[in-house]
Design a protein around this ligand. Structure first.
Ligand code: CA
Length: 217
């Protein structure tokens, strides 16, 4: 999953980016509204963390203009907890909001919920055949036995399972699993898929020649 953080407080931006990368997300950042909107319009992010008070273009402006072209889930970070701000956020098309200062675990939980809702997934557990994924604990089991996955393998498996029954193109995987800083890792996609097959059974992930990968629903 690839997340864009638009936040002008350098310390908060840095610590949020670090925390999300620790969770296995690919993360891009922007320090003002204009750059943030440009990135948000250029890349199909899985979610955007959007600060309200921003230089150049504020969070409301970013959200309003983004909604002309994209439905990317947006979690607004607001400094004040007033019902007027809340109503304005929801009216403008925000999917959720969080009041600063917030607890990191709460932000992570809301982010997971947002991404889950967007994929039409009601719970944190996804089961396909004998493979089950817990998206809150970020763990996987096969026939009820734990499977050890690397962070990369986990995010790849999660993305494919959330899109079960669909052919996921390599381009989509590059776009959603890698951020602009680690494009050098993208050629390892085949290695990650091959490792997942060893752990989950070769037939679990099918290759559609010239199209991409698929986990049958
Ligand atoms: Ca701010």
């Amino acid at each position: 999953m690839r997340i864009l953080i638009i936040e002008d407080e350098p310390d908060l931006l840095r610590s949020l980016a670090m925390a999300l990368r620790d969770e296995g997300y690919a993360v891009d950042t922007a320090e003002n509204g204009e750059n943030g909107l440009f990135s948000a319009e250029s890349v199909a992010y899985d979610a955007i963390l959007l600060d309200v008070m921003l230089p150049k273009l504020d969070g409301w402006g970013v959200l309003q203009r983004l909604r002309n072209s994209r439905k990317t889930p947006v979690l607004m970070l607001t400094a004040r907890d007033t019902s007027r701000d809340r109503v304005r956020g929801l009216d403008t098309g925000a999917d959720d909001y969080l009041v600063k200062p917030f607890d990191l675990p709460e932000l992570l939980a809301r982010l997971r919920a947002l991404i889950r809702r967007t994929s039409g997934q009601a719970t944190t557990r996804i089961e396909i055949g004998e493979v089950a994924l817990d998206t809150a604990a970020r763990s996987a089991t096969r026939a009820n036995a734990n499977i050890e996955l690397t962070a990369r393998e986990y995010v790849l498996l999660e993305y494919l399972m959330l899109h079960r029954g669909q052919v996921v193109t390599r381009t989509a995987l590059y776009e959603h699993l890698f951020d602009e800083d680690d494009s050098t890792l993208s050629n390892l996609l085949d290695v990650h898929v091959s490792n997942l097959r060893k752990k989950l059974g070769h037939e679990f992930i099918t290759t559609r020649r010239g199209h991409g990968y698929c986990i049958e629903g």
